[in-house]
Design a protein around this ligand. Sequence first.
Ligand SMILES: NC(=O)c1ccc[n+]([C@@H]2O[C@H](COP(=O)([O-])OP(=O)(O)OC[C@H]3O[C@@H](n4cnc5c(N)ncnc54)[C@H](O)[C@@H]3O)[C@@H](O)[C@H]2O)c1
Ligand SMILES: [Zn+2]
Length: 697
Amino acid sequence: MYTKQDEQQLYKQAKDLLALTAVNDPAATIDQLKTIINFADWKYYVQDEPVLADIEYDQLFKQLKHLEGAFPELLTEDSPTQRIAQGISERFPTVAHLVPMLSLDNTYNADDLSDWDRRCRELAGTDKIEYCVEPKYDGASISLIYENGKLVRGATRGDGVMGEEITTNIRQIKSIPLAADFLKDGVGQIEIRGEVVIHKETFAAFNQQRTAEGLAPLANPRNAASGTLRMLDPEEVRKRRLSAVLYHISYYTQQGEKPEALNTHFGSLQWLYSLGFPTPVKEMKRFGSIDEVIEFCHAFEERRDDLPYEVDGLVIKVNSFDMQDKMGMTTHHPRWAVAFKFKARQATSKLRRVEFQVGRTGSVTPVAKIDPVPIGGVTVSSISLFNEDVVREKDLHIGDTVLVERAGDVIPYIVKPLAELRDGTETEIEFPKNCPVCGEALEKPQGEAVWRCINISCPAQVVERIMHFASKDAMDIRSLGGANVLRFYENKIVTDIPGIYHINWDEVKGWEGFGAKSVSNLKQAIENSKQQPLNRLIYGLGIRHVGETMAKTLANAVGHIKELYDWTEEQLIALEDVGPKVAASVAHFFHAHENRHMLDLLEKEGVNLANQLKGHAGVEGELSGKTFLFTGTLSHFKRSDAEVMVEAKGGAILGGVSSKLNYLVVGEDAGSKLEKAKKLGTVNILTEEEFLALIQS
Ligand SMILES: NC(=O)c1ccc[n+]([C@@H]2O[C@H](COP(=O)([O-])OP(=O)(O)OC[C@H]3O[C@@H](n4cnc5c(N)ncnc54)[C@H](O)[C@@H]3O)[C@@H](O)[C@H]2O)c1
Ligand SMILES: [Zn+2]
């Protein structure tokens, strides 16, 4: 579509236009604006890779609208102001929407809203307008068609007239009913509009995983939702756990009497809700005047972070459908609705320097230090740049003015440098060839994006590893936090993990903050940690790719940690959720001589290395001798809690399906484990309810 040179050229033109103060040749400027907006739309909607900040895009769009208004003879039908978007890739078949999907007109403040209200009253020919206000969900829009009560088609917005047919992917979204009883109200065919969103938590977890794999995180939940909807593998779509909110009926056929609810926007969303659809019935509010709407908008903006998903504003709609019809639409947006946009969570600041942090696995992460800037209620001064590829791709320089975004609770992110503001004093970001802490030459394994210090005794890594071992979710040694670990390390009191268990307390005596009381608390916390369950110890060892859940899986698979010395990668892969990457990393860890030596030392110090809930050491109870395994998504309880319940009654958890397994408890979307258990024919398969009945009997 565009060559690399084209892209650079267009990007430069966009910058020039943004800086433009006077228009000498309107026809030429309009042409340029059209070309650039088409390009930005393509990057944004098709590639999911915005090249401009939203504020910049909006500014260019306004500029074009303004020029076309001043020179109506230059307005052409193919202008981006005359249609909605450019959003069709070649990945999916193209389908026509029953009714075009329009965009929304935007307002940014109370004055804009009052103006809009005045126009509404003129168009409607009355002063009595009821408004309905609901969140403006920041995701990707979709259109669904149901026929005779069944979901028959799902599509993206595309260019508004034509969308991409993505029914299979839509079916992976749990909150969208595959069938609904429209026929009871005589509705045969219906087209419903809505937004697919990704919850902030899911988004954060997803990005965490990406960065752990050395990939750059996605910029915001909106890009993530839109990108996910258009993935070719529905299984991957399912895993990303998208949600949907539906907020508009665009078309329906009706036999018999129309339900009363279908006379207003508010009523129609309640009607959809009663049929099983996720509509914003809880958030939606009705008001009789624009002043009340404005007050609500301001109050809502204050609370925007309390919602589990991103909203970038509110949408105000005229409630009566008759009135909506009377008011009509432009080619771009309906006249009976308007968006009230919240303040952007973007800011600009100066990139002062880049620091390189060495993590516990030796990964060297560049961290941008910027002039402190407030964004959405917090002051941002430090931003991870993830890896060298990210820095090079973004073409960041020291001294650059950078555009920073912080979407909701999500970690701050550098969107891009504002290259047009460079004055020539900017300098390249130099990546160190050697570890900034121990001086060892850094290495970058093939296929990886991250440079690593592979010196196993690199002080930075040792300190990070000790901190991780003592941390709350690992061995939970209170008051052995970062500052104390560093102090102990620098004074050679604790130089490795086992060292925690033979601190020379005489040397610590008299240190500031180490009074008798503190020392006795710390001693007790260290002593207590020796009895932590095996999964915490495994997590605390800081094995690459082994998070808390994986540590539980590993702990449950063995009676003693040293059993893992003999496990092959194939055996590990047979465990739930263990993939080749994790298996290789775990096998590698337990084969390494120095790690085995460390475990010997810990054992000598009296640290628990056994799975006490397993085998002969287990508790006696009604479930003694019985084995359990959980699979699929559980909705009634957390897997870890259920496992504890089983173990408390003397039962044991197995790592995989085998002839030794007595009970398989299945949640939603159980996969290969369930298949295997069915094939074996010896396993009792329980639903969550059946399991609860069994355990509570
Ligand atoms: N950075 C870039 O290069 C670039 C490029 C193109 C567009 N953009 C951004 O996208 C904006 C335009 O995008 P848009 O056309 O999707 O418009 P929009 O985001 O301004 O608003 C319209 C959309 O809001 C959504 N929406 C969410 N909740 C809704 C509700 N309750 N009722 C109705 N609609 C609801 C719908 O999907 C609708 O299509 C621009 O203003 C710009 O900020 C940026
Ligand atoms: Zn090092």
